[in-house]
Design a binder for this molecule. Structure first.
Ligand SMILES: [Zn+2]
Length: 439
C-alpha cells in the first residue's frame, strides 16, 4: 500500500475512531525531544506527581500503598523515589484494586509474565495515543514515518480470532507479518519472496528471526530488499555480531528498541547510537541508584496506573548527553531479565550473561554453533541446546562443557544436546537463557 494512503486513509482514521489523536501528539513529541535535560526532568517530576495523586484518589490499591505519604510536597525526583515499588505479582494479585473507574475506551494488553500467569493491563485511549506517538517519533530517527510499509518479524496468534485481529491490525498499519515460528529453508524462502513483493521500507521485530532471514539471504546469495531504509530490532538482546550480520546483509543500519508489553516502548536508539528514554511518556528509574532493577512510571495510564513498576529487567542509566543533541535521557545497558538468573542450591545467583559470553567466545573460536539456548531445569542442572554447524563433534560438546565449568560455575551439571531447532515462547520470542526451576 502507498505510504500516504496507509497514513491518511487507514492508520490515522482507525486510531482516531478509538479516541487517539496521534497526529497532534506526534507533533508535540517531536518538539519535546529537543528540550533541555533540566527542562525534561522538571516535566517528569510534575507528571510523576500528577499520576501518583490521581492513583491515590482513584485506586484502592494505591490509596492503601501510599497511605501517610504527602505526594504533593515532593520537590524532586529523589522525593518521588521514596514511594514503594509495585511488581508483576501485584498486578496478578490485585488487578481489580489497582484499576480505577476511568470511563472511556480502553484496550487490554496481556503479557506472558515471569511466573506463567498472564499479566493484564488496561490502557485508556490517551495512554495508547502517547505510546504510539513517542514510538513513531523514535522511528523517525530510523528514517521511518507513519504508513511506511513494514516487514514484521513477530509471533502469530494461535487462535482464529487472534489471527484475524492481527491481520486487520497489519492491514491498517501497512505491515507484512513474518512468523517467528517454523523457521526453515522452505519458509524462509517464502518469506523472502513475500517481502520482495511487498517492498518494505523497514523490518521490525525479534532479532533472532531477522537474523535467521539475514543468514538465509547471505547463504543463498540473494539480493537485499530494494526499498529498505532500516531495521528496528526489539524484545531480545541485540548482540554486536547479530547487528553486524543484519547490517552487512541488508545494507542498512540497525536501530534497537527496548520496551515491554505493559507500557510499550521505553527506549530507542538514535542515529548516534544513544538509547534514548521516552521521557515524555514515562519516568524510568533504576532501583538503588544508577544500576539495578528497572522501574517505570506510565504518565498517561489512568485505567491501570503503573507507578514505579518493576518490569523485571536489570539496567543502568547514564547522565552523559548524546551527540545528537536530544535532551531525552540515555539508558546505558539492559542486562537481561531478572527472572532469567541461574540459581544455585546455596542461594547464589549467576547472571545469564556469563553463560552467554562463554558460548559467544566459543562460537568465535570454533565457529561450530549456529544457535543455542540454555534452560535450567533444576538447581544442579542446565540443559544447553545447540543447533550445530560446520565441524561440530562430540569433542566440541566436551570442550564447551569444560569452559562452562571453569567460567560459569562448577557446581552445575551441563547437559549439551544437539537439536535441529530451538523452542520459542508462546509469543514467538526467543529466550536464550531460561530458568525453569520451580519455586
Ligand atoms: Zn542521541
Amino acid at each position: 500500500m502507498n505510504k500516504y494512503v496507509s497514513r491518511y486513509m487507514c492508520y490515522y482514521p482507525a486510531t482516531f475512531l478509538k479516541g487517539e489523536k496521534i497526529f497532534g501528539a506526534l507533533r508535540r513529541s517531536r518538539d519535546f525531544q529537543w528540550r533541555s535535560a533540566s527542562d525534561i526532568a522538571a516535566f517528569q517530576l510534575q507528571k510523576s506527581k500528577e499520576i501518583a495523586l490521581f492513583a491515590v484518589q482513584n485506586s484502592a490499591f494505591y490509596r492503601d500503598l501510599y497511605r501517610g505519604i504527602e505526594i504533593e510536597k515532593f520537590r524532586s525526583l529523589s522525593d518521588f523515589a521514596r514511594l514503594p515499588t509495585i511488581s508483576k505479582q501485584d498486578l496478578i494479585d490485585s488487578e481489580a484494586d489497582i484499576r480505577t473507574g476511568w470511563r472511556g475506551p480502553c484496550e487490554t494488553k496481556t503479557t506472558g509474565g515471569s511466573t506463567g500467569h498472564p499479566v493484564r493491563v488496561l490502557k485508556n485511549a490517551s495512554a495508547l495515543e502517547m505510546e504510539r506517538a513517542v514510538t513513531w517519533r523514535a522511528y523517525e530517527w530510523a528514517d521511518v514515518s507513519v504508513g511506511d510499509p513494514q516487514g514484521r518479524f513477530w509471533g502469530i496468534p494461535h487462535n482464529r480470532k487472534g489471527r484475524l485481529r492481527a491481520a486487520v491490525a497489519d492491514f491498517v498499519a501497512n505491515r507484512k507479518r513474518i512468523s517467528a515460528f517454523n523457521l526453515n529453508e522452505e519458509s524462509l524462502a517464502k518469506y523472502y519472496r513475500d517481502l520482495q513483493r511487498f517492498k518494505p521500507k523497514y523490518l521490525y521485530g525479534y532479532v533472532s528471526v531477522i537474523e535467521a532471514l539475514a543468514n538465509f539471504v547471505h547463504q543463498e546469495q540473494l539480493l537485499p530488499f530494494p526499498d529498505l531504509k532500516s531495521v528496528i530490532t526489539t524484545s531480545e538482546v541485540l548482540y554486536p555480531n547479530s547487528r553486524e550480520k543484519i547490517e552487512s546483509v541488508f545494507g542498512v543500519k540497525v536501530f534497537n528498541e527496548y520496551g515491554c508489553g505493559e507500557v510499550g516502548s521505553i527506549a530507542h536508539e538514535c542515529e548516534c547510537g544513544g538509547m534514548h528514554l521516552m521521557a515524555d511518556n514515562l519516568l524510568v528509574e533504576v532501583d538503588g541508584g544508577t544500576k539495578g532493577e528497572l522501574l517505570v512510571t506510565d504518565f498517561h495510564n489512568y485505567k491501570t496506573p503503573l507507578i514505579r513498576y518493576r518490569v523485571g529487567d536489570y539496567a543502568s542509566l547514564s547522565d552523559r548527553p548524546c551527540s545528537c543533541g536530544r535532551g531525552l535521557p540515555i539508558l546505558e545497558n539492559v542486562y537481561g531479565r531478572a527472572y532469567d538468573l541461574i540459581r544455585l542450591r546455596n542461594g547464589t545467583s549467576i547472571h545469564p550473561e556469563s553463560l552467554i559470553y562463554v558460548i559467544e567466545d566459543f562460537k568465535k573460536d570454533f565457529d561450530v554453533i549456529s544457535r543455542f539456548q540454555a534452560i535450567q531445569r533444576s538447581h544442579e542442572k542446565v540443559d544447553i541446546y545447540v543447533v550445530p554447524k560446520g565441524s561440530w563433534s562430540p569433542e566440541s560438546a566436551e570442550h564447551l562443557e569444560r569452559r562452562m565449568r571453569i567460567n560459569v560455575s562448577d557446581e552445575l551439571n551441563y547437559r549439551i544436546e544437539v537439536v535441529p531447532s530451538l523452542q520459542r515462547e508462546a509469543s514467538g520470542k526467543m529466550r536464550l537463557v531460561k530458568c525453569a526451576v520451580p519455586g
